[in-house]
Design a protein around this ligand. Structure first.
Ligand code: FAD
Length: 387
């Protein structure tokens, strides 16, 4: 988690002439969209705070496009390739790691079928029995599980570094980042700030849970709070320790470079997202401390390094809205997957603005799929969706 703020170019004066694109929000999504458009557009990015100051700077950074978008293979392939191609750019690093999704007895048939389907699509995904998992990843403990689905194309990133590396590349292409600038309202060609306005041919709102407020209209998006803790085991994890997800416990984990373990979970809809605590709850820390030793060996006496909470937003089908809403472009509702979905969001919004075909079918992210939805729906978070 990063509290540091990248404030380069903050407080620069507002452009007096109309620009091609204004992006509201300098989280990973706003930075990725700016990066995708800045090569051939004048782009201005506005944020009320700093780069990655919202959910982005609090994310775990687990990247498994195949798991969450594998039913749209071209989408998953695009994101998988993006992270590998971006590795090494402006300090960004993609750490490749296998991912094991623990499977309980009742879910073996569906897990096997899912692995087979993804494998048929060309993804390196395999269902393994418990013994096979534990022999190749000996610190994983699957006493209460029948097996796991292994994803060989997963990895993790530092989300703050991803956002700043995207911002840097966008800036190098000519984008301007105006930080500490709160947007009050938007209309199709005007962005209003507390002390002025900017005219733009295209306005993109990528402001996380604040997106509906900025648009001035409801969207089928619900803010929810989610948490992470970092544990230090007695013996550090080695440099092959994998990523894991345990859907039945609503927990996921990944290694840190220093051999600690980051554990994420807990998803609660919140009515006042700006006001909720950004600290991890004691009850969540206790739950993790009690549960992890049953899932990963060597954590019986682990120390607590730190913990935190953040707010992301959910949609009814756990996919983001990446579309024109009225005459304004929206990129919001990332369901705990916005780091891995950032290249997908950037490519989709670029396609809508330029009219160029995207590298994949963008229909799964259309706004009109929610024509009949209100903003009061059941939460389907990443650990519940179970795809
Ligand atoms: C604890 C936690 C763990 C997570 N783990 C993962 C993970 O492992 N993998 C993954 O893919 N995703 C993960 N996520 C989800 C991911 O963090 C989000 O989906 C993603 O960061 C969303 O990015 P964003 O740019 O849309 O929003 P944000 O990062 O929230 O950025 C929105 C920006 O808009 C700005 N803003 C808001 N209102 C205004 C305004 N009025 N004017 C100007 N600017 C404004 C804010 O200051 C902020 O900088 C996790 C999230 C959390 C909280």
């Amino acid at each position: 988690m990063h509290e540091a703020r990248d404030s380069a170019q903050s407080n620069a004066s507002l452009p007096q002439e109309p620009v091609d694109v204004v992006v509201v929000g300098a989280g990973v999504i706003g930075c990725a969209i700016a990066d995708a458009l800045a090569t051939d557009h004048d782009v201005v990015v506005l944020d009320k705070s700093g780069v990655a100051a919202g959910a982005t700077g609090r994310a775990a950074g687990v990247i498994t496009p195949t798991l969450f978008y594998g039913d749209h293979p071209d989408v998953a392939r695009y994101a998988n390739e993006f992270f590998r191609a971006f590795d090494g750019t402006n300090g960004f690093e993609f750490t490749e790691r296998r991912r094991y999704d623990y499977v309980v007895e009742e879910e073996v048939d569906s897990a096997r079928a899912r692995a087979a389907t993804l494998s048929d699509h060309g993804f390196p995904v395999t269902y393994l029995e418990t013994d096979a998992v534990e022999s190749e990843a000996p610190r994983l403990r699957l006493d209460d599980f029948a097996g796991a689905v292994r994803y060989d194309d997963a990895g993790w990133v530092d989300p703050y570094t991803l956002a700043t590396a995207l911002k840097q590349r966008a800036s190098d292409s000519g984008a301007t980042f105006l930080l500490d600038n709160e947007v009050v309202a938007v209309s199709p060609n005007t962005v209003e700030l507390s002390d002025g306005e900017i005219q733009a041919d295209n306005v993109v709102v990528a402001a996380g849970f604040s997106t509906p407020d900025i648009l001035g209209r409801p969207l089928p998006i619900r803010p929810y709070r989610t948490q992470c803790v970092v544990l230090e085991p007695a013996a550090a994890l080695d440099d092959q320790f994998p990523i894991g997800r345990v859907g039945s416990e609503h927990l996921y984990f990944r290694p840190e470079h220093n051999g600690d373990l980051l554990v994420g979970g807990s998803h609660d809809i919140v009515s006042d997202p700006a006001a909720v605590s950004r600290q991890a709850d004691e009850s969540f820390v206790k739950e993790v401390a009690l549960t992890i030793p049953g899932l990963v060996r060597g954590f019986e006496d682990a120390g607590l390094v730190n913990g935190w909470a953040g707010v992301d937003s959910a949609t009814p089908d756990a996919r983001p809205i990446l579309d024109r809403v009225g005459d304004i472009f929206v990129a919001a509702g990332f369901n705990g997957l916005g780091i891995l979905a950032s290249p997908i969001a950037a490519e989709t919004i670029r396609s809508h603005i330029t009219g160029e075909p995207a590298a994949f079918d963008v229909a799964p992210f259309s706004f009109d799929r929610f024509a009949d939805s209100g903003s009061d729906f059941e939460l389907r978070t990443t650990s519940d969706v179970g795809r």
